[in-house]
Design a binder for this molecule. Structure first.
Ligand SMILES: NC(=O)c1ccc[n+]([C@@H]2O[C@H](COP(=O)([O-])OP(=O)(O)OC[C@H]3O[C@@H](n4cnc5c(N)ncnc54)[C@H](O)[C@@H]3O)[C@@H](O)[C@H]2O)c1
Length: 456
């Protein structure tokens, strides 16, 4: 069994807490240990209080502006109250491209940083940034977030936030110590179906939740062998790691529905992987049977399935399947005591409402259960990345910072949804033995309020 707990730093002494808060200039926010607009954060002396000072204009620096990073920059340039002040990428041309976009949008040319792999540190030391946003390859997420928070900036990162248990803890501890937010940008929490189902769950349509099935099932073979973009770094993970390498797209929305870290928490998982075949077969077909990519050993089993149990007894199956021919899916099934809903295709069955034993199209329920956030933002998000959900997530990040509200997804969610990476790898390597989830909230999951229904 892995040691995934951190006994040290268990509680915050009230005096240290006030002292640190005052040092961070949080005196007003800490009066009486209440923080305006911070539903979801327990108002007790034991909870770390994050920096909820509203930011009128969010000054942001981007690190990693390839496929996803440039997508976020485009969105940020269309959101009011944002200034793109700095941009960092190891490829100078990519920095120049973004500098051009920012100027075209009527903002001053952002400072460029492209002096190598750790130049983001120089960027994080600037004194005119509120937020550092990283969309780098996985191994850089944690170093960038830590540099941002340690230099007094909020951090936002693409998914997964971290790939090791230790790095998940580093994010949590640094966020608590610096009081800066560390938000993992899980865009699938803002897709139309996921938002609609969250709304249904909050309104009790499915009854008591019991079980969910989710995952990331995406044929990434051509991307993994590409000479550009993710092809430059993603395949390396398939060579050396065997588990669920990309858990958060499926798990994030399910965790929100199940109030994970807000009344329940992930307890343990077991995981197993199928044989590894798809990458060898694909490489042999594309490059020839003797090509090194065709004969290489890939550690990653083609289909990894994890089974997660929560402390309250709910169950989740989580699949990772990215090396074989198949249509895209996140499965997204939720079973409750009154009914069931699933994606791909989007269908629902509600006892007493759906015709006997037959699925109905989810669309039939849209007029009644469309999430207000989607309703309010769909026109602005139309045509933007990943069906609009990327724009909504970026908008919400900026909005919460501007209002001084807690982020929709906080550092505990980032750590909890990401830690499945190493926990699943450890379980696979140990005949599917159960692996305990760390309690990143250190007991506070019991009292934190569930996230509500957010309106645009
Ligand atoms: N949420 C989603 O739907 C989604 C979709 C695609 C990718 N992603 C995530 O986004 C991240 C980036 O993926 P991508 O597809 O944009 O990859 P990419 O390879 O296109 O972009 C990564 C960029 O980071 C730069 N980079 C690498 N190391 C760096 C460093 N040390 N400092 C600064 N820049 C550095 C690269 O030059 C590149 O421009 C990954 O974490 C990935 O998992 C998320």
């Amino acid at each position: 069994m892995s040691d995934t707990s951190r006994a040290g730093n268990e509680t915050w002494d009230r005096r240290d807490f006030l002292k640190a808060g005052a040092a961070a200039g949080l005196g007003a926010a800490l009066g009486g240990l209440t923080v305006p607009g911070c539903a979801g954060i327990p108002k007790t002396g034991l909870a770390p209080v994050f920096d909820y000072r509203p930011i009128e204009r969010v000054r942001v620096g981007f690190v990693g502006v390839g496929g996803m990073g440039s997508n976020h920059v485009r969105n940020f340039l269309e959101i009011e109250g944002v200034e793109v002040r700095a941009v960092c990428d190891i490829v100078e041309d990519k920095v120049a491209r973004i500098q051009g976009w920012v100027q075209e949008a009527g903002q001053p040319k952002p400072e460029g940083y492209s002096r190598g792999k750790t130049d983001f540190k120089r960027m994080c030391e600037r004194d005119d940034l509120d937020l550092v946003f990283t969309a780098t390859p996985w191994e850089w997420h944690v170093p960038v977030c830590l540099a941002a928070m340690e230099n007094g900036k909020h951090a936002a990162t693409e998914v997964p936030a971290a790939v090791t248990i230790d790095d998940c803890w580093k994010l949590v501890e640094t966020s608590e110590k610096t009081r800066k937010h560390c938000v993992m940008m899980e865009n699938c929490c803002y897709d139309r179906r996921e938002l609609m189902v969250l709304n249904m769950v909050r309104k009790g349509l499915l009854g008591e939740l019991l079980h969910a099935e989710a995952g990331y099932l995406h044929d990434l073979r051509s991307l993994k062998f590409s000479n550009t973009g993710e092809g430059l770094w993603r395949l390396a993970h398939s060579v050396r790691r065997n588990g669920n390498l990309y858990p958060t797209h499926g798990l994030g929305p399910v965790a929100q529905r199940m109030n994970i870290n807000r009344g329940d928490r992930f307890d343990y998982l077991v995981s197993m992987s199928s044989p590894s075949r798809g990458l060898n077969l694909y490489a042999a077909k594309q490059f020839g049977a003797d090509h090194p990519s065709a004969t290489k050993a890939y550690a990653l089993g083609d289909v990894n399935v994890s089974l997660i149990r929560t402390v309250n007894g709910l169950t989740i199956t989580l699949v990772h399947d990215c090396s074989n021919p198949r249509p895209y899916s996140r499965i997204d099934l939720t079973q409750g005591t009154r009914g069931i809903v699933r994606g791909y295709p989007d269908q629902i069955y509600i006892e007493g409402r759906s015709p006997g034993d037959a699925w109905e199209p989810l669309e039939k329920y849209a007029a009644e259960y469309e999430h207000p956030l989607w309703k309010g933002m769909q026109a602005r998000a139309a045509g933007k990345g990943h069906g609009g959900m990327d724009f909504i997530e970026d908008y919400r990040l900026v909005e919460t910072l501007r209002k001084g509200d807690p982020p929709d997804m906080d550092v505990y969610d980032a750590a909890d949804w990401s830690v499945v990476c190493e926990l699943s790898e450890r379980s696979v390597a140990n005949r599917s033995r159960p692996m305990d989830f760390p309690d990143f909230t250190r007991g506070r999951w019991k009292n934190r309020a569930p996230i509500g229904i957010i309106e645009a």
